[in-house]
Design a protein around this ligand. Structure first.
Ligand code: MN
Ligand code: MN
Length: 299
């Protein structure tokens, strides 16, 4: 349990520090980042959202909203109720988040106007917004691969209905389950590699070797960027620094690399100087939610 908690907390705090670090350089090019920061490797806030140092964005706060919905559902006898998740997104939206992607906003507006829990297939829904917030579902469904699939797709389609968004969300969920499972440490990365290869075989556009070098919010670019930096890095910090310095959707790509690398190396491997900067209230919420999601195995 101590090992699992460290790795699950590593994934969640990794998501948040990647978000906080990357948000500073979101939508910049790698050249602009190099000109302004050299190598961007410290949490300093700023960016187009004018953040305080350590402040996180939608990637982290939407995840926390989803996790709260899961825990509420369990407490009130409505486990994995999709409507609770949709309501949580509405509440999150009404709390005036610092940022909200267009596809997320459109999905939340649709739910508010007609109460539908999923939109129709939409060619434009292939952004990374459903993928970026799925970690609490992963933690709530450890050891239950079928349930991981069902709940991941249900939460995803509240705002995103596209086969590539679905595939990416499921692929990352499967990889996180492998990273968090109690296996021979030497076999964990080969297992992750196998999972990536399987999803690339299903969806050739996810191929990330050789790395095509695009880091936008298109879910294909996100999958390629995050897997590339995750698989080439040998420690938490270099994985996250590598991803955010590509610019583009730097906060989301940083968050997702931080999530995978945090699950691999554990919370203890996250640089102190980053954890020390991270918004205290967010840090506390993440720690409590991780603990509650792991404790609740009897859904
Ligand atoms: Mn964001
Ligand atoms: Mn972003």
């Amino acid at each position: 349990m101590a090992r699992l908690f460290d790795q699950a907390l590593g994934a969640y705090l990794g998501l948040a520090v990647g978000d906080a670090l990357g948000a500073t350089v979101e939508f910049m090019t790698s050249g602009e980042i190099a000109a302004q920061y050299g190598r961007h490797r410290d949490i300093v806030g700023g960016g187009w959202l004018r953040l305080k140092p350590g402040q996180v964005t939608d990637d982290t706060t939407m995840s926390l909203a989803l996790g709260d919905a899961l825990l509420d559902g369990r407490r009130t006898g409505r486990p994995f109720d999709t409507r609770l998740m949709a309501e949580a997104f509405v509440q999150w939206w009404q709390g005036k988040p610092v940022d909200c992607g267009n596809t997320c906003r459109r999905g939340i507006m649709r739910y508010i106007s007609d109460g539908s829990l999923a939109g129709p297939f939409n060619e434009g829904d292939a952004g990374n917004g459903a993928l970026m917030r799925n970690l609490p579902v992963v933690l709530a469904t450890l050891g239950q691969p079928q349930r991981l699939q069902e709940v991941s797709l249900a939460q995803a389609r509240i705002t995103h209905h596209h086969p590539l968004s679905d595939a990416a969300t499921l692929a990352f969920g499967e990889m996180l389950h492998a990273l968090l499972s109690e296996g021979e440490p030497a076999l964990v990365m080969p297992a992750c590699r196998q999972i990536a290869d399987k999803w690339v075989a299903r969806h050739g556009v996810f191929r990330f070797e050789p790395y095509p070098g695009r880091a936008s919010a298109y879910v294909v670019d996100t999958v390629q960027t995050v897997w590339h930096d995750f698989f080439v890095s040998h420690d938490f910090e270099s994985a996250v620094v590598g991803a955010v310095n590509r610019g583009g959707d730097a906060d989301t790509n940083g968050a997702l690399v931080g999530m995978l690398a945090g699950a691999r190396f554990g919370a203890h491997a996250i640089p102190r100087r980053w954890l020390g900067k991270l918004d205290r209230a967010i840090c506390l919420q993440i720690t409590e939610q991780t603990s509650a999601l792991l404790a609740a195995t009897d859904w």
